[in-house]
Structure formats: C-alpha cells, structure tokens
Design a protein around this ligand. Sequence first.
Ligand code: ATP
Ligand code: MG
Ligand code: MG
Length: 385
Amino acid sequence: MTDKAVGILGGGQLGRMLAASASLLNIKTVILDVGEHGPAKQVLAPNSPQFSHIDGSFTDPTKIRELAAKVDVLTVEIEHVDADALSQAQCEIQPHPSTIKLIQDKLNQKRHLQAKGCSVSDFLAVDSTVESIHAAADKLGLPLMIKSRTLAYDGRGNFVLRDLSQAAEALAALGNRPLYAEKWVPFAHEIAVMVVRSTSGEVRAYPAVETIHKENICHLVFAPLRTRDATLSHRAQTMAADAIKTFDGAGVFGVEMFLMEDGGLFINEIAPRPHNSGHYTIEACETSQYENHLRAILSLPLGSTALKVPSCAMLNIIGLSSSMDEIKALTSVALSVPGASVHLYGKSECRKGRKMGHITVVADSDAELRTRLRILLAALPSSPI
Ligand code: ATP
Ligand code: MG
Ligand code: MG
C-alpha cells in the first residue's frame, strides 16, 4: 500500500481508531503519549524496535523530535500539541502545523474564519478582569458565553454568564487561561460535517449529521440529517468544505455548526483531526473518517464519503462515576440490539463525564433505527436528551 510510516501525537480514543484503521492497511504507526498502555497503544503492537511507541508528552519538543526521527509523516489526534515544536520536526506534517496552531487558539480560529468570510456569530477578545467581561456583556448581551481560548474540550473551557454578577465566578472557574467572549447563539439544532482534504487539495465532505449535546458533551449523533429543508445538507457541506479550504494541509477536519430556526448556519468551531461526530462513519460510510485521514496524509486516493446505510445513530458512552458497572450493563444490552456495534476505548479508569466508548446503530429506516435506539436509551441510567 505504502512504505511510509505515520507518527501520531496523542494516544486516546481517536488515536486508537486511527491505529485500528492503519493496521487494516498495514501502515506502520508509532504513537506518542504518556504511558505505555493507553487506548491507542493497546491496539497496535510495535512492528519492530524502530516502530516502538514513545512514552512521553505530545507537548514535549524532545519527544516530538524522537517521533519525527522514526516516521515519514506526523499527524495529530488532538490539537493541544506543541505546534511550534511540531513545525521544527524534520519530516512531513499533516495537517500543516500553522493550521494546528491557528485552530488551537479558539479566538484566533474565529478571527481567521471571519476574515475568510465564513459565517460565525459575534465574538470579542476579553481580558481576565471583571470590567472586561462586563464590557463584553454590554456589547454582546446576556447570556454571554465566556470561553477559554486554549486547551478546551467537552465544554471544559466554557462558562455561561447569565448575570453580570457572575463575572468573578467565571474568572475563577476558567482559571488563568486566556479568554474570549461569544454572543449567545439560540440555535435550533447543532450539526456537524466531516471534511477530508488530500495533499493535492481535493476536498470531500461527509454527510451533514445532527449532534445532540448534554452539558456541553456530545451524546448522540444522527445521520443523515432529518429535515424538511431540502437545501440544508448541501448548504452545510458546502460551508464546511469552504471553511476547510482556508486552512493548509491534508487530513480530516470536523466542522461543528449551529443551525438557526430560520435555516441560517454559523460555524461553531473546527477540529483539525478525526472527530467524535464522525465515529459513525466506521459502520455507516463507504470509507471511515479514520481511513480517509490516513489516505489523505499519505497521498493515497481519497475514499468515498457517501453513506452506505439509510439510517444511523451514534451514542457516546459517558462515565457516570468511578464505577464501570453502568457501562458494562449498557454494552451488554447493546450486544442484543441488531445493527449495534460497540466500541470500548480501553480506558483503565472511569470518571464522571469521561468518554469511555460509543455505540453505533445502523438500520434500514428511521423507524427501525428509533426502535433499536430506544432499547439503548432505556438502558441508560439517565436519558441524554
Ligand atoms: P469540543 O469537545 O466540541 O471541542 P469545546 O470545549 O471546544 O467542545 P464548544 O464546542 O465551543 O466547546 O462548546 C460546547 C457546546 O456548548 C457546543 O456544542 C454548544 O452546545 C454550546 N455552545 C458553544 N458556544 C455557544 C454559543 N456561543 N452559544 C450557545 N451555545 C454554545
Ligand atoms: Mg472544541
Ligand atoms: Mg465543540
């Protein structure tokens, strides 16, 4: 297939699914992350001493150099890497480190998208002071979304300011991280589109999907979109592809969007890597996001992004406590549901709010999907919607 070896910064669940895809294509893969037995390292034995995994941080320049010396192409499963150290690496890097650096600062990402004419809602830089937050609220109104510019995931850098008196609380909750403010978006639905781009610049969008979040964490994804608006899927795919064309480098990108009551769309944020809203592509699309990421960064032909089933849903398995009991109960129910595929990430510890796995359900019709999904939702201790 290819003689090139791939180095992945990050060894979590996205790295695990990339590694599983790489093994099907016999692509040599080296993982850089702390620890010897994380989710990605578990599924891929080193092919040889040259391709043994690295125990270290993806924010450590020395470890990034060590990884670069072993492989031909570096890529990421997480954007919170040391982008400057990455840009010094002596091998091909996909997507481009400047793209990762731009996207990892959510304020700079928003400024970039706005400057390129992409649809984003209003936002402002804020200092970490009560006065600055009050000034942003004066301009953008309440409620106001205060966000950390960096290191955000699963909403863990977000604070919803409902009242000016909460400004100090917001600063305390978000710590010393650099902040910005976003106008509150009263969206009707959230949707997402995965986009893949090759090293030669070919861009293909996956189907638009609906994402349902609970407490800022993605819980459910439905594909394709259920909508009476015949233009919506195509508009979302075009908007996502146009946004990705403004960034350099190859790979898959996740584009999160807000759908307004009047059919308008705003881009919420972009991830320069495989994405939770694209897990469904493993069972439901002609080529999974993971395989297409590998094909893209290795200059292999891109695969079809089309759906191959009429109806699909993805349910995240989110930890409720330190106990694995609820997860075991849910997955054993899933094994009896036709069309359900269980993915467990091999995390050694469970915590409230931690993504422990997911279940994809496919069906021949939306009605059949609902019947199948209902069995899983009934097995959850609390409903995600
Ligand atoms: P992710 O895990 O997707 O990277 P994140 O920590 O980067 O999450 P965001 O995607 O910015 O956080 O926000 C998380 C969720 O919060 C969104 O999916 C949406 O439900 C809600 N949200 C974000 N921004 C706004 C906004 N401006 N107005 C209303 N709701 C918002
Ligand atoms: Mg994010
Ligand atoms: Mg998000």
